[in-house]
Each structure stands twice: as C-alpha cells, then as structure tokens.
Design a protein around this ligand. Sequence first.
Ligand code: ZN
Length: 82
Amino acid sequence: MGDYGDQCRELRNAKRTARDLYGVDCPVCVEKLPKANPSILLPQQVCKIHKYRDPRPYDEAKTMWGVAGYEKEPTDESRPQP
Ligand SMILES: [Zn+2]
C-alpha cells in the first residue's frame, strides 16, 4: 500500500493520462475563447465555463479513476439522495 502522497501522485498522473488519451477541447471554448486554453473534457464532463457537456457516453475506464485502476469512491454528487 502506498502512502497518501503516493496515491495523490498516482491520481494526478492518471488524471493527466486520461486527459491526454480521452480529453477533447471544449468546442465552445475553442469558438468563443480562441486565445485562452480550452477546457479539456472527458466523456460526459461539463465545461465549467459554458456548461457544455461532452456528448460521448460515460465510460469509467476513460476517467482518471479507470486509468488509475481504482474504484471510484462515492462522492456527494454521485451518492443517491435520500
Ligand atoms: Zn468551454
């Protein structure tokens, strides 16, 4: 088992790898903010600036969690509300 620091580093690397492999530039960013760095969107990810959602189907394997080989831990967002 790696310590917390190792895990953070792994996840950061996985995030970068996922973006490199599966990320696409937000087309709205490209169109409206050609001089800025566009948001990189993974499947079903939403551009925080434009609320543009990537239309590709969600695929766990294409997230940083899938790339890192982790089970995604439930977050407040994904946990079903009572
Ligand atoms: Zn955008």
